[in-house]
Design a protein around this ligand. Structure first.
Ligand SMILES: [Zn+2]
Ligand SMILES: [Zn+2]
Length: 123
C-alpha cells in the first residue's frame, strides 16, 4: 500500500492506496452532468509522464480547497484549468488539482513534485 504525504510538511494527504488502472474515459453525451469518478476509491494511477498521481476525488482527506478563488473556477464543479486548486490542509502548500466539472474528468491529480510517497503510514 502507498500513502502520499505533503512534500513540504510531511503530513499525510491520503489514506493507504493501491496502484490500479484508471477506468475508461466515459463518453460525454450528456451535458452538465458530472462524470463518474475516473478512479475507484482506494486506488491511484500514475500519469503517463509520471508528473501526476490520479486519485478518486474522495481520497484526499488531508487537502483543503485553495484559498485563491481564481483557482476554483468551474460551472458545475471545479474545472482545474487554472493551476492547483487543492492545498495541504496542514501547511497550505499547493499539492493537487481537482477536476469535477461537467466537461472535465472527475478526479484529483496530485502533483508528483509536491508530494512524497511512502510504503507505510506514519505512526
Ligand atoms: Zn503540508
Ligand atoms: Zn456545467
Amino acid at each position: 500500500m502507498t500513502l502520499f504525504s505533503c512534500g513540504n510538511c510531511r503530513k499525510p494527504l491520503t489514506g493507504d492506496l493501491k496502484e490500479a488502472r484508471p477506468s475508461r474515459n466515459t463518453d460525454q453525451r450528456s451535458r452538465h452532468r458530472i462524470a463518474p469518478p475516473r478512479m475507484v476509491q482506494g486506488a491511484y494511477a500514475i500519469s503517463q509522464d509520471a508528473s501526476l498521481f490520479i486519485l478518486h476525488p474522495d481520497d484526499v482527506p488531508g487537502t483543503a480547497p485553495h484559498p485563491d478563488h481564481e483557482r476554483r473556477n468551474g460551472c458545475c464543479g471545479l474545472d482545474g484549468q487554472d493551476g492547483p486548486n487543492l492545498v495541504c490542509a496542514a501547511c497550505g502548500a499547493d499539492v493537487a488539482t481537482k477536476q469535477s466539472d461537467c466537461w472535465t474528468q472527475n478526479l484529483v491529480a496530485l502533483t508528483a513534485a509536491a508530494v512524497v510517497s511512502g510504503a507505510e503510514s506514519p505512526a
